[in-house]
Design a protein around this ligand. Structure first.
Ligand SMILES: [Cu+2]
Length: 331
């Protein structure tokens, strides 16, 4: 009984001890997350009890958090059919909204004329799309889609279950393989151009307070006065907070009936929850097509006025606007 056995046992015990030490180290490494609340600090017991405390806080209580940050809330969960895609290949975005009973939700209350709005954007805030998938009898939503480039993309479902009194925005990340070149945000600017439309932004956004944002649309130097209603309004505004992609959806106070004309101004009452940088996507419809104008806005704790450039009367023979806002924007 040889020494060899004893030695081997000893070695085995050593391995166990190492494994145990490893587990312990891992445990400690995880603790700081749960111990984020300084009130929970228990020196010595370094967070052994923390996970339970953490759970109580996080469940369904999204109070104070803007929408779009959670995949599951108030008993409803966004369940994508897959989270792996290939860029430049048409695919189907397919998902269900799982209800509190674990089954796909099939009954919705329309918001902005649709049962569900799907927003797709890459996590660098480029490649924004606002889509309206269709639902089959089983509650599976789908829409053909082509991711134009690789990277991590975020899907938001914005909807109101028939059984709930409020709208929910659930978000999930998906992985798209393919070339990924991150696109930095445009610098904050009060004017931009999309498909030949010049769009300006005016307002005094302030963190935590409702402020008015006024967009004005013109084309070839002339204000556009025949904007068409799109989803019951002359404009839709989605704002995403840079850093965590929190989601804000706004629409003008006034409803736009079919056949009426709007513009050049579209005004929104918007409350940015915190100071920070936001990417704003304004959808408007003109001449039968929906366009999206993008703005980067810095929101501070003091209201800082965004002043649009004064419209230049177009002089024959002179270029009217000196290249403002014509930023190359990668999509
Ligand atoms: Cu929509």
């Amino acid at each position: 009984m040889s020494r060899a056995v004893v030695v081997r046992l000893g070695a085995f015990a050593g391995v166990l001890a190492l494994a145990f030490a490893g587990t312990f180290a891992l445990g400690s490494a995880i603790d700081p997350i749960a111990a984020a609340d300084p009130a929970q600090e228990t020196p010595g017991m370094a967070g052994m009890e923390q996970p339970a405390a953490g759970h109580g806080e996080g469940h369904g209580d999204a109070a104070g958090q803007p929408p779009g940050l959670a995949v599951s809330q108030s008993g409803y969960t966004l369940v994508p059919a897959t989270t792996f895609f290939q860029s430049s290949q048409q695919t189907a975005l397919r998902f269900t909204i799982q209800g509190p009973d674990g089954k796909p939700v099939t009954q919705y209350t329309k918001t902005h004329e649709k049962d569900l709005h799907l927003i797709v954007v890459r996590r660098d805030l480029s490649g924004f799309h606002h889509l309206h998938p269709t639902m089959d009898a089983t509650g599976t939503w789908s829409i053909p889609f082509t991711f134009t480039a690789g990277g991590t993309w975020r899907l938001y479902a914005d909807f109101q279950p028939a059984a709930l009194d409020e709208t929910l925005t659930l978000g999930t990340d998906v992985n798209v393989s393919g070339l990924y070149i991150p696109v930095p945000l445009n610098d904050p600017a009060s004017a931009t151009t999309v498909d030949g439309y010049d769009v300006t932004l005016a307002g005094t956004p302030q963190a935590g307070k409702e402020s008015e944002l006024t967009f004005a649309v013109s084309k070839d130097g002339k204000p556009v006065t025949d904007l068409q209603p799109y989803l019951g309004a002359f404009g839709h505004l989605v704002s995403l907070r840079s850093g965590d992609l929190a989601y804000l959806h706004n629409h003008p106070a006034e409803h736009a009936d079919a056949g009426t004309k709007g513009g050049p101004q579209i005004t929104f009452g918007t409350t940015f929850p915190t100071a920070g940088t936001y990417s704003l996507y304004l959808d408007f419809q003109h001449a039968g097509a929906v366009r999206t104008a993008e703005f980067t806005v810095r929101v501070g704790t003091d209201g800082t006025a965004i002043v649009p450039p004064t419209p230049q009367p177009s002089h024959p023979g002179k270029s009217s606007s000196p290249g403002h806002g014509e930023t190359p924007h990668g999509h």
